[in-house]
Design a protein around this ligand. Structure first.
Ligand code: PGA
Length: 255
């Protein structure tokens, strides 16, 4: 991929009013980045609207961490794609493994959420990835193929979809796949996207996620087909997250 890297920071269930200073610091660092890197932070929904006011006129974009498969109605506690958009989000993470596991979200539900998100003009960051057992059983490629087939809506334009490959066993564990393993899976994902979308499937950005840190960002970003990173823990620290974004700038500039 030759477009800008997409570096995404998933705050998960972290962030209070006092955390807005982290966003402001991240936004200041982003101003130093060139067009080689796009940066988006996914704070908790409670901070979206205020963050969007705070970040107005900055390069830092915002996203929601999940949305409903419906647009409105009797769904206590749910947040719709239109609400996220209204609060200033441009992206939404869908099918994160923590939701697939703890909330039993199926591929079909993730796909329906993605359809809603795309209809509202949000970019859907759809997470896929195998468990440790599936990896041990040699099923990684089959698992991601199935997840692409059933959780990514095929009618969507390629610039409205982002795929995040996040092996479940690599999330929050400080353990990452080898660079070769990441390369093999990303190449396979690209082949699947080409098979479903034809040549335009080349335009879908594929992120790597799972224990990304400033110390491993450069080598992961340098892998062919890695279009950016989905960063969890390290995105809560403005210095670490900015360092990862800066590595993105350097790798793109050297390419
Ligand atoms: P991690 O989380 O960077 O803390 O491993 C990644 C994610 O869950 O998106």
């Amino acid at each position: 991929m030759t477009g800008p890297y997409l570096i995404a920071g998933n705050w998960k269930m972290n962030g209070l009013d006092s955390s807005l200073a982290v966003l402001e610091e991240t936004a200041r660092s982003c101003e130093r980045l060139s067009e080689e890197v796009d940066v988006v932070v996914f704070p908790p929904a409670t901070l979206l609207a205020v963050s969007s006011i705070l970040l107005k006129d900055t390069r830092l974009q915002l996203g929601g961490q999940d949305c409903s498969s419906e647009d409105s109605g009797a769904s206590t506690g749910e947040i719709s794609a239109s609400m996220l958009k209204d609060a200033g989000a441009k992206f939404v993470i869908l099918g994160h493994s923590e939701r697939r596991q703890r909330h039993a979200e199926s591929d079909d539900l993730v796909r329906r959420k993605a359809i809603q998100a795309v209809q509202e003009g949000l970019k859907a960051v759809i997470c896929i990835g195998e468990t440790a057992q599936e990896k041990a059983d040699g099923k990684t490629l089959a698992v991601v193929s199935d997840q692409i087939l059933y959780s990514v809506p095929r009618a969507s334009a390629v610039d409205q979809i982002v795929i995040a490959y996040e092996p479940k066993w690599a999330i929050g564990t400080s353990v990452t796949p080898t660079l070769d393993e990441i390369a093999v899976v990303h190449k396979h994902i690209r082949q699947e996207l080409l098979a479903h979308w034809g040549e335009s499937g080349r335009g879908i950005c594929i992120l790597y996620g799972g224990s990304v840190k400033p110390s491993n960002a450069t080598e992961i970003l340098a892998i062919s087909e890695v279009g950016g990173l989905l960063v969890g823990g390290a995105s809560l620290d403005a210095k670490q997250f900015s360092a990862i974004c800066e590595h993105g700038r350097s790798v793109r500039a050297a390419a």
